[in-house]
Each structure stands twice: as structure tokens, then as C-alpha cells.
Design a protein around this ligand. Structure first.
Ligand SMILES: [Zn+2]
Length: 102
């Protein structure tokens, strides 16, 4: 873990602690601003179960979001030696076989 990453993690933890300490104030402020009522209206009108199903089906049929495809590629195994491949290279690092999907 690099020092820059440590600073980011520390700042994130501080932000979460400050947010949690003031969560009640934030919720009351959002309620007074009418954001919660608006969000409930949007959820009940537009984010129905059917809409979520259609969105997920479209994401699946269109190949899925890039992050899911990337994760699926990262956690593949070599078909010859069974070694888990963590790199995105086209060849297995253990046995040298060319990946059929790469
Ligand atoms: Zn291999």
C-alpha cells in the first residue's frame, strides 16, 4: 500500500465517520428540502420491478457493463493446468498455453 493510497483511505474513513456522526442532521435536511418525498415518488413511478428486470436483461443481452466483463476475465482459470490467471495476458503464466478467450 503506497503512502498516497493510505492518505486516500484515511480521508475516506474520516469522511465516513463525519457523515455517520451527522447522519441524523443530513436526513432531516434532506427531508426539509423535499428530496426524500421526491425520491419516493420517482421510485414508485419509474423504478418498478418490471423496469429493473428490463434494464438487467438489456445489460445482459448487450454484453454487460465493462466492469462485470473485466471481473469475469480476471478470475478465469487455465483449461490445461487449472492455474488461476490474474493477468489479462493471452498466455497462461504457469504452463504457457494460449488462452482460448484471449
Ligand atoms: Zn496453464
Amino acid at each position: 500500500m503506497t503512502p498516497g493510497l493510505k492518505k486516500i483511505v484515511l480521508l475516506a474513513i474520516l469522511a465516513v465517520v463525519v457523515f455517520l456522526a451527522n447522519a441524523r442532521s443530513v436526513v432531516e435536511w434532506l427531508d426539509q428540502a423535499g428530496v426524500i418525498v421526491w425520491a419516493q415518488h420517482v421510485r414508485s413511478e419509474y423504478v418498478t420491478g418490471t423496469a429493473i428486470t428490463v434494464i438487467l436483461a438489456m445489460l445482459f443481452l448487450l454484453g454487460g457493463p465493462p466492469i462485470i466483463a473485466r471481473c469475469a476475465r480476471i478470475f478465469r482459470r487455465c483449461p490445461v493446468c487449472g492455474q488461476k490467471s490474474l493477468s489479462e495476458g493471452r498466455y497462461c503464466g504457469a504452463c504457457g498455453r494460449r488462452s482460448p478467450h484471449g
